[in-house]
Design a protein around this ligand. Structure first.
Ligand code: COA
Length: 382
């Protein structure tokens, strides 16, 4: 029986698993995937290579990467019936809901009921990484009344996703930005959606259900959904000169008002990923004028540093990601699905890790209800 003093709301500081996938030092803004700093990977690597690194534990050889890349390209297409399911979804529904339902449905076309067969598990792992961009783009297009495009095997993961969304190839610069964004979002220790993946995985649910659970968890505005909210917030503010009156008004109405895209359970300094995304944004806007949303974000960051900095609340990954996605033409409600396209690599790494020596998650509770209550027949109740 747990006692009250052991209870940590939100499981703050409670280790939920042993993991070798990634390392985070929130005081020094260090994030490493399998020991390699995320900034280095964003600059030097590719999403395909990073997926292998996270799941397999070390960098692939040239041959391993070539085979993995080929196997991913072969698994990008989705069944025509899944396309029909996506076409039947309400066009005004949220793309994260579409993704959640589609990923669970994807598993019905490629059954993986028992998770004891390493060959099937690896096939599911590759299919999930490969097919998520197809699913996200399929819904994004059908709701605009456009045809679902067939994946292009001659493009890499990021380039193919851009093509599936827009029907044209990205410029090399945009492809690199998208690839770097996928790398930056691929993994982040024991966050809510990763924990969700591990909990669902611990029941030996199939990998598609496990990833669908994680997608549901990621969709919330306190987690992955914050990137959309952050951009909406910059638009609502309407310009750098309006930042102070906007925040003053919010805090006057609610002193506990939460600014979207700042704060983190673990980081007490600016998130390393936010720093890289800001560099990407600076680079992108060097040749064009800076969008108002970015100018607003910079001003809000400055103001928040004076108010919240002393409490260790600084921009997280979601503060600048929306500005970058929006600049390459991605619709606001597709930001979180892109997060999922990336994070599936981390979730799968944790799922594979969880299955080794698995034990089902079954924590305790502090019971706050009543005991020994009498059942009163309905007719005797007021
Ligand atoms: N804006 C203003 N104040 C914030 C804040 C924010 N975004 N995030 C945290 N705080 C303050 C809280 O009001 C609280 O203050 P108090 O101690 O005076 O009561 C304190 O910091 C702790 O906040 P709490 O919500 O308990 O922290 P948490 O670890 O449970 O939550 C987040 C972490 C990420 C959910 C939280 O920072 C948040 O809601 N951020 C905005 C959403 C977001 O950007 N999410 C993406 C995360 S990658």
């Amino acid at each position: 029986m747990s006692n009250e003093s052991e209870y940590k709301p939100g499981l703050e500081d409670v280790p939920a698993a042993k993991s070798a996938v990634s390392f985070l030092d929130g005081k020094k803004a260090v994030l490493e995937y399998r020991g390699i700093p995320v900034e280095v990977l964003a600059r030097e690597s590719s999403f395909e290579e990073v997926s292998w690194l996270l799941i397999k534990g070390s960098l692939p050889t040239q041959k391993e990467l070539a085979n993995f890349d080929r196997d991913l390209r072969q698994r990008r297409s989705i069944h025509f019936r899944l396309k029909d399911i996506i076409r039947c979804m309400p066009g005004d529904g949220h793309p994260m809901d579409a993704l959640h339902a589609s990923v669970a449905a994807l598993g019905m076309f490629y059954p993986c009921h028992t998770v004891t067969d390493p060959v099937k598990n690896w096939d599911a792992t590759m299919r999930l990484i490969a097919a998520l961009p197809t699913v996200v783009a399929a819904f994004a297009r059908t709701r605009r009344g456009e045809e679902i495009l067939e994946p292009r095997a001659d493009l890499d993961h990021a380039g193919n996703f851009y093509y599936l969304l827009f029907g044209k190839e990205p410029s090399p610069a945009i492809r690199k930005v998208l690839d770097a964004c996928l790398i930056l979002h691929a993994e982040h220790t024991m966050n809510a959606s990763t924990f969700t993946a591990r909990v669902t995985g611990s029941t030996l649910a199939n990998p598609y259900q496990t990833m669908a659970s994680a997608i549901g968890s990621l969709s919330g505005p306190l987690h992955g959904g914050a990137n959309e909210e952050a951009l909406r917030q910059f638009d609502e503010i309407g310009g750098p000169e309006k930042v102070k009156p906007w925040l003053d008004a919010k805090l006057a109405a609610n002193p506990k008002y939460k600014v979207m895209g700042i704060g983190h359970r673990v980081y007490k300094v600016k998130d390393a990923r936010a720093t890289v995304l800001q560099e990407i944004a600076e680079h992108m806007f060097a040749e064009s004028s800076r969008p108002k949303s970015y100018e607003t974000a910079l001003e809000l960051e400055k103001l928040c540093a004076t108010i919240y900095g002393p409490k260790g609340i600084y921009p997280n990954v979601d503060f600048f990601s929306g500005v970058v996605y929006s600049a390459i033409g991605i619709p606001t409600d597709v930001f979180t699905p892109i997060f999922a396209i990336a994070r599936v690599a981390g979730w799968l790494a944790h799922w594979n890790e969880q299955l080794v020596g698995n034990r089902i998650f079954r924590p305790e509770q502090i019971f706050t209800g009543k005991n020994d209550q009498k059942y009163i027949p309905l007719e005797q109740r007021p």
